[in-house]
Design a protein around this ligand. Structure first.
Ligand code: GCB
Length: 650
């Protein structure tokens, strides 16, 4: 049957990568005295494989020669999703393999100096990617939100060419064992659908954007190089302790020196060797935004590697920002540097007009300026890991992050299989490897709203959470639930209960008067059962910007504000007991699949998709600044000069 052949072929390829073990570190590609970087952002050649089985590109080996030789191509911007750039509705909803290609000129030194290592790094390719350089297979990666790379030195140093041709085939098909999971539905009734018809079905509420979503770069290191750095911090009275561990590739005989510099450039501690502990007397701690007059203090860990080679001495340099801070959880508090921290923030998406999920600096800065304006001190990376550049800004601005895996929409029993669990464990390894050194990251979230009442969810989450804690004993772990408190099989294993609820939205439509009772009951039940701190990790209501109705009716801006106000009344009581945070759903309107419930996307944003405020944004801003005054420690804490004055006077 044609349909089965199509999807079978599409999915078959997804199995190729299973069981790949993590190799090496994944340090962010920074320039240094020993490292160069070349960004490959811009227009790439592009083709979607619309052939019936979606496999023409492989059958005809499109990677063997320039893409233009095997058929027509489009110009496609990178980074960007491919879906919303064009005028072609078929491409917008395309499922299967798409092909990207770019030729890059390389500096002569890169191709001639055999002591140079040349690496191709892809920030994110959604969902499954295969990479060739000059027609040679160099990498494969499963998972759309985490970086991967390939050492291409041998390829680019073996011939006279000073350019290389990079071909990347990407498949956006989601299957029960992928993260997020999905299912291909075959429509076999030929009286209703054309022969071979299938659609991608998913159980999550955002559009499955695809493509090269984040920067693609080439960078160099020496052939003996700093492969990974692992930093954790603790505090002893006034002394900050920075524990470091450095892994080196390329030689077993080397010297390592580390310096820790403060923000003025003074060296405050020195060390040697691959692991050790630096002591920083009178350390400046990394504090969240609005919790200190100088939030987000970052030291720089300067690592210098030296090796003696036949050709003389060779060095590699890498600088890692380091924030000294501690995180701890009690049965009713979340402590940062020993002080209770109340999360007043947002849930986000990587989502905008035209770009889809594509990384964009102006958008990122706008979002951060809005977070600061709002008085938000935290966000959750719902529902997948965000770009590394986002995490770096969180470190720099003091925005606390709950770092979430793409474990969203885990609903079917097949998605609890061993294969799924194995992949989920690997994704957590990749996520922790990438984000472990960010002081802003204070907690891992392994999933969002799984069917955690269904067996084998208990075993699945017990294993997943234990594995994540073993990978990183320095941070608490959670997952976000909307199950009932008495049937949730995963809740016993989390450190913090994160609970989503949409009172007077997905039930009791229009009945704002039931919110207070239902929310108080929700909190009391969870706390009585687990004695763990609770975050209201989602709440909200859709509002179509400019739609007004008073008394409030659903979808009006007034209704959205009223839902928030009702929640806040209860949150204000329970935050004095064990509720440790509130994250609005959502920061901005975002694109979803088309359904009768969604009017060109989910409209629960307090900002529109174009980042303009709805009434709820002003309401939340007043609240967050008030909360900062009550739960923060310095009213004007580190207010950046460009920050619009809050409505409250100090
Ligand atoms: C949820 C989901 C989120 C949805 C939201 C909604 O519980 O976690 O992805 O977008 O509800 O608006 O329905």
């Amino acid at each position: 049957m044609a349909g089965r052949a199509v999807a079978g072929a599409v999915l078959g390829a997804l199995l190729w990568g299973c069981g790949l073990a993590l190799q090496g570190g994944m340090l962010y590609p920074r320039e240094s005295a020993s490292r160069e970087r070349k960004d490959l952002d811009g227009l790439w050649k592009f083709r979607a494989d619309f052939s019936e089985n979606r496999l023409r590109g492989f059958e005809q080996q499109w990677y063997r020669s320039p893409l233009r030789e095997s058929g027509p191509t489009l110009d496609m911007p990178v980074p960007s999703s491919f879906n919303d750039v064009g005028q072609d509705g078929q491409l917008r909803g395309f499922v299967g393999w798409v092909w990207y290609e770019r030729e890059a000129m390389l500096p002569q030194r890169w191709t001639q100096d055999l002591n140079t290592r040349v690496v191709l790094r892809i920030g994110s390719a959604h969902y499954y990617a295969i990479v060739w350089v000059n027609g040679v297979h160099v990498a494969e990666h499963e998972g759309g939100h985490l970086p991967f790379e390939a050492d291409i030195s041998k390829l680019v140093q073996s011939g006279p060419l000073s350019f290389c041709r990079i071909t990347i085939a990407i498949n956006n098909t989601l299957a029960p064992h992928t993260l997020p999971p999905g299912t291909i539905l075959y429509r076999t009734d030929t009286s209703m659908y054309p022969n071979g018809y299938f659609v991608q079905d998913t159980s999550f509420d955002f559009f499955n954007y695809a493509g090269l979503h984040r920067p693609v770069v080439l960078y160099t290191t020496p052939t003996t190089y700093i492969d990974d750095i692992d930093v954790t911090t603790s505090v002893d009275q006034n002394t900050g302790l920075v524990h470091y561990q450095i892994s080196i590739q390329g030689s077993e005989h080397f010297q390592l020196e580390v310096h820790l510099q403060d923000e003025e450039g003074n060296i405050v501690a020195r060390g040697t060797g691959g692991r050790g502990q630096l002591q920083v007397p009178n350390a400046h701690l990394w504090w969240p935004y609005l919790m200190h007059e100088h939030p987000a203090y970052l030291y720089s860990l300067e690592v210098r590697l030296t090796v003696q080679t036949a050709a003389g001495s060779m060095s590699d340099f890498y600088t890692l920002p380091v924030g000294i801070r501690t995180v701890a959880v009690t049965k009713n508090q979340f402590l940062i540097n020993g002080k209770p921290f109340y999360f007043h923030g947002v849930n986000k998406h990587e989502d905008s007009d035209i770009r889809g999920r594509g990384f964009d600096w102006p958008l990122l800065m706008k979002d951060f300026n809005l977070l600061l304006w709002l008085g938000a001190n935290a966000f959750r990376t719902s529902h997948y890991p965000y770009a590394e550049e986002v995490m770096q800004l969180c470190d720099q601005y003091g925005i606390v992050v709950i770092d979430e895996s793409p474990g969203v929409g885990i609903k079917l029993s097949q998605s609890y299989s061993n294969q799924s669990l194995q992949h989920h464990l690997e994704v957590m390894e990749e996520l922790v490897r990438r984000d472990k050194n960010h002081p802003a990251v204070v907690m891992w979230s392994v999933a969002n709203e799984p069917t955690s009442f269904l067996e084998p969810a208990g075993y699945y989450f017990k294993t997943l959470i234990a594995h994540t804690k073993a990978l990183d004993p320095s941070r608490p772990v959670t997952f976000v639930t909307n199950s009932k408190y008495d049937t949730d099989l995963g809740a016993p294993y989390v450190d913090v209960i994160c609970v989503n609820s949409y009172l007077s939205w997905y039930h009791d439509y229009g009945h704002l008067e039931v919110i207070q009772l239902q929310l108080a009951t929700q909190f009391e039940n969870w706390y009585r059962t687990y004695q763990k701190p609770i975050i209201q990790s989602e709440y909200g209501a859709d509002a179509i910007t400019g739609l007004h109705h008073d008394p409030p009716l659903m979808f009006s801006e007034e209704y959205q504000k009223s839902v928030l106000e009702q929640y806040h009344l209860v949150l204000d009581q329970k935050r004095k007991e064990y509720v440790i945070g509130e994250l609005i759903w959502n920061f901005a309107d975002f694109m979803t699949d088309q359904t009768p419930q969604r009017v060109i996307g989910n409209k629960k944003g307090i900002f529109t998709r174009q980042r303009q405020p709805k009434g709820a944004a002003f309401l939340l801003r007043e609240r967050y600044w008030k909360l900062a005054n009550e739960t923060g420690y310095h009213p004007a804490a580190g207010k950046p000069p460009y920050l619009v004055k809050s409505p409250f006077t100090w």
